[in-house]
Design a protein around this ligand. Structure first.
Ligand code: F6R
Length: 259
């Protein structure tokens, strides 16, 4: 099962995950990172600024989880812009090695397969950072997504559009479609690190970690993966039935084990 780590706050989560990423990049300078956007991963990217300051990151490669369809790539909320602003520039990564799904290509129908080919050519993703939507999505795999799905166009639920309206001037500006890695794509990453913060994520998180494995709650696909770390604050953990056991297991973890 996934390892569940309950931390006091976002900063502690950021520090923990940044430590693991720094270790990976130090051991493997051309590591391939799977990059989430949205609010959740920001504490990780913030912690990485300091943690990677003395690490050679020039060969680090990265693939974003998803991208909106139908907004200009130069729009400040396109995920290409977000990844450049929050990850590539502050961490000093090489821009040409960091990719976002090509949702602005003329040949949109073939864009998913091209992105899959790029990930495969890089040797696959070593560590995939994930957030979770209030409706249980990971990437933008909305309820009903196949566990075998690959990168493709999806229609966002209205709940997701409402949740993401905070990044735009009005809900009318939130795109209706996206190009997202599939659940099968995510499953192929060697290590999944899912973060969740706040009460609003508690129900989806409990479903993903402890509920039945079901396409109706796409985050539950993490239960099928052999190496998953879930890092959450107390509020997001508030509906976990076995929270005390997770705390106990983490407190008694052998020192030689990493996450
Ligand atoms: C973003 C992504 C989404 C978000 C999720 C949570 O690349 O794939 O699954 O992780 O919508 O969003 P936040 O973090 O803004 O609450």
């Amino acid at each position: 099962m996934a390892e569940i780590v309950i931390v006091p706050d976002r900063a502690a989560a950021g520090a923990l995950v940044a430590e693991q990423i720094a270790k990976l990049v130090t051991e493997r300078p051309d590591a391939v990172l799977g990059l989430a956007t949205g609010s959740t991963p920001l504490p990780v990217y913030e912690a990485l600024r300091e943690r990677l300051a003395d690490v050679d990151v020039s060969r680090v490669r990265g693939f974003a989880l998803d991208e909106y369809v139908g907004i200009d790539p130069a729009h400040p909320e396109s995920y290409a812009s977000v990844i450049r602003r929050e990850v590539v520039e502050p961490l000093g990564l090489s821009p040409e090695l960091i990719r976002t799904p090509p949702a602005h290509d003329e040949d949109l129908a073939g864009a998913g397969a091209r992105y899959e080919a790029e990930i495969a050519a890089a040797g696959g993703i070593d560590l995939q950072i994930l957030g979770i939507g209030t409706d249980g999505h990971i990437g933008f795999n909305e309820p009903g997504s196949s566990f075998a799905s690959r990168t493709r166009i999806k229609t966002l639920t209205e709940q997701t559009r409402e949740d993401n309206a905070r990044f735009f001037d009005s809900i009318d500006d939130v795109p209706r479609h996206c190009l997202t890695q599939g659940l099968g794509t995510i499953h192929d990453a060697r290590h999944l690190v899912l973060l969740a913060f706040g009460e609003g994520k508690a129900e989806a998180l409990a479903g993903a970690v402890e509920g039945p494995v079901t396409a109706s709650l796409p985050g539950s696909a993490i239960q099928l993966h052999p190496h998953v770390t879930v890092v959450v604050d107390e509020a997001a953990a508030s509906q976990l039935r076995f929270a005390d056991y997770y705390r106990h297991a983490y407190a008694n973890k052998p020192e030689w084990q990493t996450i």
